[in-house]
Design a protein around this ligand. Structure first.
Ligand code: SAM
Length: 244
């Protein structure tokens, strides 16, 4: 059927492609992707030959229009280099444009590093906030952490090996006392997840420079302290007040 199909792809382990992803990739006329070489390898692995078009949210209006025209006539898949498209990856402008034009949009569930890191970390998951990548510059990074200080949720960030130690230091300074978890190389051969105090985790990675892809998680702030006894008295007096 014509329309846009958002297709999640593996984040390391090719076994994680879904049956539905294979079916849809096999059926589409065009695959819109970030990098034709990366997606070409996946399609090749699946034994598929497809027309690929490079697309990202900075692509000009013309290439977006061409894709929209194609999906009015037949199915188009949107994939990213790895994982779920649009999650720290391009696509939202294309989805928005398709929806605005009444084109059917379907999204296929599949691998996502943030959710995988969350499930492995052992941190509370009743609420979580996905913060994308922390800024590279230290002032901007600390500003973002400060902005999120009071958020009562586990924080999830995408991180790179070279920046991990700086981020752990920043967390130690801006969010003292919070546990962190580092989930690395998820679904791949050297998958690992370590959690503990930022200084402890930093000490490990100082002697084992972190390679590969990383999700960094930060525990929520400790529970709000219980109200003072005096405040409770005042609240009770107020609540029990009658007109008599
Ligand atoms: N769209 C992808 C997803 O659904 O997870 C994320 C794309 S983002 C450009 C790439 C970042 O995701 C990496 O820098 C890393 O922080 C995280 N990531 C991707 N694959 C990962 C993996 N196998 N293990 C740990 N983190 C991963």
């Amino acid at each position: 059927l014509p329309g846009l199909y958002i297709v999640a792809t593996p984040i390391g382990n090719l076994g994680d492609i879904t049956l539905r992803a294979i079916e849809v990739l096999g059926a589409v006329d065009v695959v819109a992707c970030e990098d034709t070489r990366v997606t070409g390898k996946l399609l090749n692995h699946l034994g598929l030959k497809k027309r690929m078009l490079r697309y990202d949210d900075h692509s000009d209006e013309g290439s977006r229009e061409r894709l929209l025209a194609t999906m009015r006539d037949g199915p188009v898949a949107l994939v990213s280099d790895a994982g779920t498209p649009l999650i720290s990856d391009p696509g939202y402008r294309l989805v928005r444009a398709a929806r605005d034009e009444g084109i059917a949009v379907t999204s296929l569930p599949g691998p996502n590093a943030a959710v995988l890191g969350m499930t492995l970390s052992g941190l509370p998951n009743d609420r979580f906030l996905f913060g994308g990548f922390l800024p590279a510059k230290s002032k901007a990074r600390e500003d973002v952490l400060r902005e999120l200080e009071a958020v009562p949720a586990t924080l999830i960030f995408y991180e790179t090996g070279p920046r991990l130690l700086d981020s752990l230091d920043a967390i130690e300074i801006v969010l003292p006392g919070r546990e962190v978890a580092v989930a690395r190389e998820l679904t791949k051969r050297f998958e690992e997840c370590r959690s503990g105090a930022p200084a402890e985790i930093a000490a490990h990675f100082r002697t084992h420079p972190p390679k590969g892809e990383i999700v960094l998680l930060v525990a929520p702030p400790p529970d709000a302290p219980p109200p003072d006894a005096a405040d409770v008295d005042a609240l009770l007096r107020e609540a029990l007040k009658t007109d008599k």
